[in-house]
Every structure is written in C-alpha cells, then in structure tokens.
Design a binder for this molecule. Structure first.
Ligand SMILES: [Zn+2]
Length: 216
C-alpha cells in the first residue's frame, strides 16, 4: 500500500493511503456544493472553509471508529501495528486472528457502536444548538439556511456517522457486521473456518439482494 505516516496516537502509527487524498478532495468539493445550496447567502470562502472542516472532522470520526477496534483488540492481547485511512474508510492492521469468539465479537462491534454514538451525540448537539432556529423555519431548506457554521457541521456529521455505523453492521465481509456474525456462529459451536464460509455465503446473498433491488 502506498501510505504515508502522519503521526502516532496511543502507541499506534496512523497512516494515510494516497487514495484517501483523492476522496478527501472529492468529499470537500461535494460538501461545498451541498452547503452552498443550504446557505445561498454564504460567501464561497465561507462555504469552502466549512466543507473543509466537515471533511477533516469526518475523517476524525473514521479514525475514532478504527481506534476503537484497535484498542479493544489490544485489550484482548492482539498486537496492532497501525491504522491506515484509505479510499473507503479505515483499516486497523491487527496481527493474527482473534483468540476467541468473544474477543472477535467485541473487537468488531465496537467500531459501529462508536460511529452510532458519535452520530447520536452530533445529532443531539445539533438539536440543542439549532433547535431555536429550526423552530422558526417553514421548510427544511429554509431551516438549513438558518443554521450557523457550527450547526451546519453538526447537522451533517450526525446522520453521516449513523449511516456509517448502520452500514458497517450489514453481516457481510469485509464489513464489521460480517465479523460480528462470524463471531456469533463461532461462539455457538462452529469452528472458525466453517463460520467464515457461512458468513461469506450470507455476504453473497446480500450482494444478490442489492443487485435485484437495485435493478428495479
Ligand atoms: Zn469498523
């Protein structure tokens, strides 16, 4: 992987893959256009600054999600070398398979839980800070227009973290939900290899389901 190191956090090396730079630019660009629709009265510089901060905070949230996996893995005695942020999010470079079904369950589930808690936290904060301005709005877009920069950030970060949490719970590899399901199958009696095979089958089923529902 073409990754470069940006620093160390809690003894873990934090790295960024080059693909991440691409997605960072794309996200900031995309958010600039969303926020300019929400806030026609903002200057381009203002819109761009808020979009840039939103992208940075978004990747901060992904990093927290990965940190949660890594820290729980370390608690279970696994060595974690580094965390790499790449195109589709993050990856914790954990050495070896988890020692038990229980360990795998907690290592996997703590990521989505972290994202969901972040989402609920940001949403609650946005309701508290923006509640007054939203109460006076007659349409949703009008409501967004009344949000200040901080409230705009919170209103975007809440739902996006909830989405990341929920998406990662889909029981298919390489998503966290796939590992959660494997740990449950492993825990109720299957060996690791059979559990892996069964989860792969479930994942394929989900893939087909997406194709079938998407093609309608
Ligand atoms: Zn995860």
């Amino acid at each position: 992987m073409h990754a470069f190191r940006i620093g160390k956090l809690l003894g873990l090396e934090i790295r960024i893959d080059w693909s991440w730079v691409f997605i960072f630019v794309l996200l900031t660009w995309n958010l600039s256009s969303i926020f300019s629709r929400w806030h026609p009265d903002w200057s381009p510089a203002e819109t761009f600054s808020v979009a840039l901060v939103a992208s940075l905070l978004f990747f901060g949230c992904i990093l927290l999600h990965e940190l949660a996996h890594s820290l729980v893995a370390r608690r279970h005695g696994l060595r974690v070398r580094s965390i790499t942020l790449f195109l589709f999010g993050g990856i914790s470079n954990i050495e070896h398979e988890p020692p038990s079904a229980r360990a795998e369950f907690f290592i996997a589930i703590v990521g989505p839980i972290t994202s969901i808690l972040l989402g609920v936290g940001f949403l609650a904060a946005s309701l508290v800070t923006a509640g007054v301005s939203l109460a006076h709005a007659d349409t949703a877009l009008n409501g967004y227009a009344r949000l200040g920069p901080l409230e705009t950030l919170l209103a975007w970060l809440g739902p996006i973290n909830l989405t990341i949490g929920a998406f990662n719970l889909i029981p298919a590899f390489p998503l966290d939900g796939g590992r959660v399901l494997r740990s449950i199958l492993w825990g109720i009696g299957d060996d690791l290899r059979t559990s892996t095979r069964r989860v792969s089958a479930v994942g394929q089923m989900f893939g087909w389901l997406l194709i079938v529902t998407g093609s309608r």
